[in-house]
Design a protein around this ligand. Structure first.
Ligand code: LLP
Length: 440
């Protein structure tokens, strides 16, 4: 987070609270979320997009990155909307009192009960993902006597330059309706044919995640605008919105330079406005409202994980070489991303400063597999010792939300820091929590 600094005795300070105090009050491993930083990032997206689009813009925070009741409240207070993709995330939003109209429900296999709950709560958008779902929403909306506001997720055929598992814009994958063979058009026709149960608000695309190059977004936007104009033209439907999804990359290490929200908004606005001008002339196609769905770019940089060093092992590699393995009290249960995507992180000594020479080390977790890596290669002070605290930045997104209890490891708490105060947002799981589920 932007608020990180060191105090007079060399301890790392986050949101005005030093990590030694955090560890002694809340224990380790722990996720620490900087509220000021999170809110500032949310606002930066909201302001940049509101200022750039003539038709107006909405920013949906993608809750899959990290969601809990308090964070949903921050998102609401900062004037953002919320993207949820399961009944679980929707339940958090409802508990936080998040305004229904500002929620979009995603998912490629939403259950009938999830759709029903969303419609009862009055969500602003259900993003349709399959022909089966069109039938399902039609049936449920009819039963409830409501008109469901819907969008259609389109597979725009853009392959984002990112890790294969998180690229979702190319054709051969499970999400959305393909642009090819008129499939997305067919979906629109079916929705428009049921005006008593569904109201089509527009098209949606999400091309992938951790993307730095705007080319993919531009291409996706062009294709979406074209489809939008075709459907408006052919059906006379009034589509008020276009959703370009999320996926904006963050700097996990110094190798990456993230796109600034202002720069991103300007570039996307340029494309969308230009395309609409080119296509819209003559047939009255007005520029719709544009929405985006950043998750990682808001939550990621705002969070760090705090670990304590438990063992240090220098393993001989022959010919006088050795590798230093530093084991911490967490690992692939609180951050699965290195194991899943070969994701790279950095790590710093947080409990003190050190003048010792830097030494290359591998920071590993406490789980029973050798792929349980926290940071593959990092220079840490040679005098690193048991009990030192290590801090891994950039863990605010997709770490707690993808955490697991592998090896019966209770999950760490989420602590919010702000203006020198710390408070628990999600409490630490206990062995008793885990045993309580085991009813045998
Ligand atoms: N909108 C939709 C429809 C999405 O599917 C996603 C992410 C987002 C928005 C937010 O994307 P973001 O701005 O956070 O990149 N677990 C992976 C990331 C998977 C993202 C899936 N969808 C990871 O840890 O990198």
């Amino acid at each position: 987070p932007e608020t990180v600094c060191r105090d007079a005795v060399g301890r790392l300070v986050i949101g005005g609270v030093d990590v030694v105090s955090l560890a002694s009050e809340f224990g380790t491993a722990a996720y620490v979320l900087d509220e000021t930083d999170f809110r500032a990032r949310a606002r930066a997206f909201r302001d940049a997009f509101a200022d750039s689009f003539t038709g107006g813009a909405d920013v949906y925070y993608a809750g899959k990155a990290f969601l809990c009741t308090e964070v949903a409240r921050w998102v609401a207070e900062e004037g953002l909307n919320l993207d949820v993709c399961t009944g679980g995330e929707l339940a958090v939003a409802i508990r936080a009192g998040f305004p229904g109209k500002r929620i979009a429900l995603h998912g490629n296999n939403k259950s009938s009960s999830e759709i029903r709950r969303a419609l009862e709560y009055g969500v602003g958008r259900i993003v349709l993902d399959s022909f089966d779902e069109i039938v399902r929403v039609d049936t449920i909306a009819r039963e409830l006597g409501v008109v469901a506001p819907v969008m259609i997720r389109v597979t725009v055929g853009v392959e984002a330059h990112t890790h294969e598992f998180i690229a979702t814009g190319h054709e051969d994958q499970k999400f959305g309706f393909s642009l090819a063979d008129g499939v997305a058009r067919e979906a629109a026709d079916r929705v428009v044919a049921h005006p008593d149960t569904m109201s089509l608000k527009g098209f949606h695309s999400h091309i992938g995640s951790q993307i730095f190059d705007t080319t993919g977004f531009e291409l996706a936007a062009r294709r979406l605008v074209q489809l939008h104009a075709d459907v408006v033209h052919a059906t006379g439907a009034d589509l008020p919105e276009i959703d370009l999804g999320g996926g904006y990359g963050i700097a996990y290490t110094s190798q990456h330079t993230p796109l600034a929200p202002g720069q991103l908004a300007e570039q996307l606005a340029g494309i969308v406005e230009r395309e609409f001008k080119a296509i819209g002339t003559g047939d009255g196609t007005a520029t719709p409202r544009v929405s985006i769905e950043p998750g990682r770019a808001i939550a990621g940089p705002s969070g760090v994980t705090l670990y304590e060093v438990g063992t240090i092992k220098d393993v001989g590699l022959g010919e006088g070489f050795s590798r230093r393995y530093v084991s911490v009290d967490g690992g692939m249960s609180d951050n699965i991303r290195p194991a899943l995507y070969e994701a790279d992180y950095s790590v710093t000594l947080g409990s003190r400063s050190s003048d010792a020479a830097p030494r290359l080390a591998r920071v590993v977790g406490r789980h029973c597999e050798s792929g349980d890596i926290v940071v593959l290669d990092e220079y840490l002070p040679d005098d690193l010792a048991i009990g030192d605290l290590l801090v891994v930045p950039g863990t605010g997104a997709y770490c707690r939300s993808m955490s697991n209890q592998y090896n019966h490891t209770p999950r760490p708490p989420v602590i919010a820091v702000r203006d020198g105060q710390a408070r628990v947002l999600v409490r630490r799981e206990t062995i008793d929590d885990l045993l309580a589920l085991d009813v045998g």
